[in-house]
Ligand binder design. Structure first.
Ligand SMILES: NC(=O)c1ccc[n+]([C@@H]2O[C@H](COP(=O)([O-])OP(=O)(O)OC[C@H]3O[C@@H](n4cnc5c(N)ncnc54)[C@H](OP(=O)(O)O)[C@@H]3O)[C@@H](O)[C@H]2O)c1
Length: 331
């Protein structure tokens, strides 16, 4: 049965921010489908997360060929929800996918060859039952394939109409500068870069954010909540239904050290003084960086999406708050 998204979903135009110097606006929060959308997950919950997001004005959904588990199944879940519930709303959505990590056996199922990227995009389109995605990313730089070949494949995806825009993820500042020039020369400029960025991971501040601003490329920060660490999730132990509690493939209980928890508690106290939750402070902090267009969150519960969108009501920081955050992180 078709879903009718909330009539109020576009009531807050400030939610949308221009992606670099492109014509495209993205929501300040986007939803990623890395976790909680695989065939192993509860379909009704996955559906509720997507529908609630759109009801709140989140128009951007981020996928990759390998999201699941099993790999590919998040795209299948998303395609199913899109066609069952949102078929009339395709033109309101920005749907991205990526290729770069291991997807199938043999020498053509990984990294950055033209063979892999273009076959993978065709597979993603079939899984989602789409004619095109809005953004196609090279998911990671390939040290063995000429950058011209990888960027040529991404540009071909755009020129063929199977993607509207080109994206990069996990490229360094120097790689991004080179890739952006190749894409520009090919007539398919780089729209967006997807780096990891959160309070505990500030590597982009050592040069990549400057490159994005100079090149007019939008930034979309992945894992802005450090997979849940930068929320109230782990303040009193590891809940059984948390990512570290039930799916420790990427966030291992061992990562949640006493040293980290001490910082998390101090950040939580600062958030409370601002009248926010820690998740809200963490998202506002990522979005304060002018190179960042959107914070790319994950969620396991609809209530988390509600809480995270409410962060957008209080994004600004006083200089002394930023100094206090830096002091906590350095402690
Ligand atoms: N390009 C890349 O290489 C790359 C790599 C990784 C991710 N990504 C993208 O980034 C997206 C987001 O990654 P992520 O899921 O790690 O992001 P995240 O936003 O850092 O973490 C999301 C997790 O934090 C918890 N959470 C969220 N909001 C909460 C709240 N208000 N209160 C308490 N807990 C909350 C939930 O975990 P619980 O399950 O514990 O509830 C949720 O699944 C991915 O889906 C993907 O699209 C890209």
């Amino acid at each position: 049965m078709s879903h009718h998204p909330a009539a109020t979903r576009y009531d807050n135009p400030a939610l949308y921010r221009r992606c670099g110097r492109s014509g495209l606006k993205l929501p300040a929060l986007s939803l990623g489908l890395w976790h909680n959308f695989g065939a192993v997950d509860n379909y009704a919950n996955s559906r509720a997360l997507i529908l609630r997001s759109l009801d709140l004005g989140i128009t951007h959904f981020d996928l990759a060929n390998n999201y699941g588990p099993p790999p590919g199944s998040a795209e299948e879940t998303f395609g199913k929800i899109l066609h069952a519930d949102l078929a009339a709303h395709r033109d309101e959505l920005i749907i991205s996918t990526k290729a770069g990590y291991n997807m199938w056996d043999g020498p053509y199922g990984d990294w950055g060859s033209r063979k892999y990227l273009l076959s993978s995009l065709d597979q993603s389109l079939r899984r989602m039952r789409l004619d095109y995605v809005d953004i196609f990313y090279s998911h990671r730089p390939d040290p063995e394939t000429p950058l011209e070949e990888t960027m040529g494949a991404v540009a071909h995806a755009v020129r063929s109409g199977k993607a509207l825009y080109a994206g990069l993820s996990n490229y360094t500042a120097e790689q991004t500068t080179r890739a952006a020039k190749i894409l520009r020369d090919l007539g398919t400029p780089c729209l967006i870069h997807q780096p990891k960025y959160h309070l505990f991971e500030r590597a982009i501040e050592r040069g990549l954010d400057r490159v994005l601003l100079d090149e007019g490329i939008g930034g979309i920060a992945f894992c802005p909540l450090a997979q849940g660490l930068l929320t109230n999730r782990y303040l009193a132990g590891i809940p059984a239904d948390s990512r570290a509690g039930h799916d420790p493939r990427f966030l291992k209980p061992g990562h949640i050290t006493e040293e980290k928890l001490a910082k998390i508690r101090s950040l939580d106290a600062l958030a409370q003084a601002r009248g926010q939750s820690l998740a809200q402070l963490s998202l506002a902090w990522v979005l304060r960086n002018p190179a960042i267009t959107s914070a790319l969150i994950g969620a396991s519960k609809v209530s988390q999406i509600d809480e995270n969108v409410a962060a957008l009501c209080h994004l600004g920081f006083a200089p002394d708050e930023l100094a206090r955050i830096d002091a906590i992180l350095a402690s």
